[in-house]
Each structure stands twice: as C-alpha cells, then as structure tokens.
Design a protein around this ligand. Structure first.
Ligand SMILES: C[S@@+](CC[C@H](N)C(=O)[O-])C[C@H]1O[C@@H](n2cnc3c(N)ncnc32)[C@H](O)[C@@H]1O
Length: 232
C-alpha cells in the first residue's frame, strides 16, 4: 500500500492509517453496523453516558464519521470532534452542523491544557502509533476532575473466543476484500491482536495520570469501555 510501512504486525505509520481511513470512509458506517450486528450504537451511547454531563465541553478524539460525538451532543455536551482523516470528517460534517469538527492529530492535540470537561475516544486509540502519548494528550486537555471514556475492541476470553476468531480473523477480512478500500479490515484483526488487554489498558491509563480507572466489557467480552478521571 504505497508508503504504508508496517513496522510491527498490526501497526501502520500514521500516514498509512490516515490514507486507509480516507479510503474506507464511504463504507465505514455500514461496516460498523454489519460487524457488530447493529450493537455499536448502543456501546457509543453507554460510553457517552458514563462521562458527559449537560453543558460539558467535550472532546471526541479520533471521531471518524462522528457517531460518538453525536452521542455526546445528545447528552447535552458542547462537542468538538477531532480526526486526521478529511474524508471521515466530511461524513461527520453531514451529520451535525452544531458540533465543531476539527482536522488534527490526536498525538498533538491543537487545544490548550485543561480545556475540556470530558473526553471520549471510540475505536480510535488502537490506531495510535504512540498509545501512551495519546492517553497523556487526553489527560493534558482535560481539566482537573475531567473524565475520559475509551471504547475499544478487545479479545474475549473463554467460551466465545473461537467464535470471535472465526468472525474477526476470517469473516471480517473476507468482507473487507470484497468492499472498496477494504484493506483496513485485514489490518483490523492484527491491530486488535497487538493491542493491550483490558487490565493492561487500565494500567496505561493510570500511568498517563488518570485515577478511578475501571472498565466494563460488552459484546460477549469483545468490546471494552474504560473510564477514568483526571485527579483534582
Ligand atoms: C475506527 S475509526 C473510529 C471512528 C469513530 N470514533 C467511531 O466511533 O466509529 C478510527 C479513527 O481514528 C482516526 N485516527 C487514527 N489515528 C489518528 C490520529 N493520530 N489523530 C487523529 N485521528 C486519528 C482515523 O482517521 C479514524 O477516523
């Protein structure tokens, strides 16, 4: 994929990640619905409900086509959605004219310290070249007492594991092959495989400065929602 240098299995250079999301933007929402049997909307609603209170200034980082930012707005937040893929943002802009959509890098957020009351990231941190750096950036832009929610795919343990492997390692990449821009869906399983499990992600959030970190699992243990707070 041109300059798409893979420097570790499941890891792409930021430019390659951006190009990949630019290409899959037209099918992104449809693939989400298909891959999750329509449950992804419920998971985003739960993420926003955990951290957004009416009147909050909210950052949705790696906002993509904007669905989590929209949930934050429905909770009464005054929302900024940030993403580095212009094609994904184009789709987001069509969904809301009241959310402020910003093109930018989650690893170098274009906002001052302590700017937001809450921050959300949906299925985004897995793509960051520097996960810890990204979590530190979220911490920096939250005010003391501000809250973070990180929604991400994780690998289930136990009985569901073989079903997940069939679904995620075989069927999703196959669907990707027959859809335009589908390379993302062959990268997806590898990126989940290398991503820290829920306990390790909790530890990384704490290392980035967050307190009161806890998580819930949804989708038979295939999706984790972590929440935490910047200490007062
Ligand atoms: C899987 S999509 C998630 C979109 C949306 N949050 C959702 O819930 O569906 C991941 C998004 O993260 C964005 N992204 C990845 N790395 C980024 C970075 N360093 N800075 C900004 N956006 C980034 C991609 O462009 C893509 O739109």
């Amino acid at each position: 994929m041109g300059s798409a240098v893979t420097h570790e299995a499941g890891t792409l250079e930021p430019e390659a990640v951006r190009g990949m999301f630019d290409r899959i933007a037209p099918v992104y929402d449809l693939m989400n619905r298909l891959m999750t049997a329509g449950l992804d909307g419920r998971w985003r609603r739960r993420a926003a409900a955990q951290v957004v209170w009416p009147g909050d200034r909210v950052l949705d980082a790696c906002c993509g086509t904007g669905d989590l930012a929209l949930e934050a707005e429905r909770r009464g937040g005054r929302v900024v959605g940030l993403d580095f893929s212009e094609r994904m943002l184009e789709r987001a802009r069509r969904k809301s004219g009241t959310i402020e959509w910003v093109q930018g890098d989650a690893l170098a957020l274009p906002f001052p310290d302590s700017e937001f009351d809450a921050a959300t990231v949906g299925f985004g941190v897995r793509n960051l070249e520097d996960l810890e750096g990204g979590l530190r950036e979220l911490h920096r832009v939250l005010r003391p007492g501000g809250r973070v929610a990180v929604l991400e795919i994780t690998r289930p343990r136990g009985l569901l594991r073989p079903f997940f492997r069939l679904w995620f390692d075989v069927l999703v990449p196959f669907a990707g092959k027959v859809l335009p821009g589908g390379q993302a869906y062959t990268y997806l399983p590898a990126s989940v495989r290398r991503f820290p499990g829920p306990e390790d992600l909790s530890a990384l959030l704490e290392r980035a400065g967050f307190a009161e970190v806890r998580y819930d699992l949804f989708g038979g243990g295939s999706v984790a929602l972590h929440v935490g707070a910047r200490p007062e």
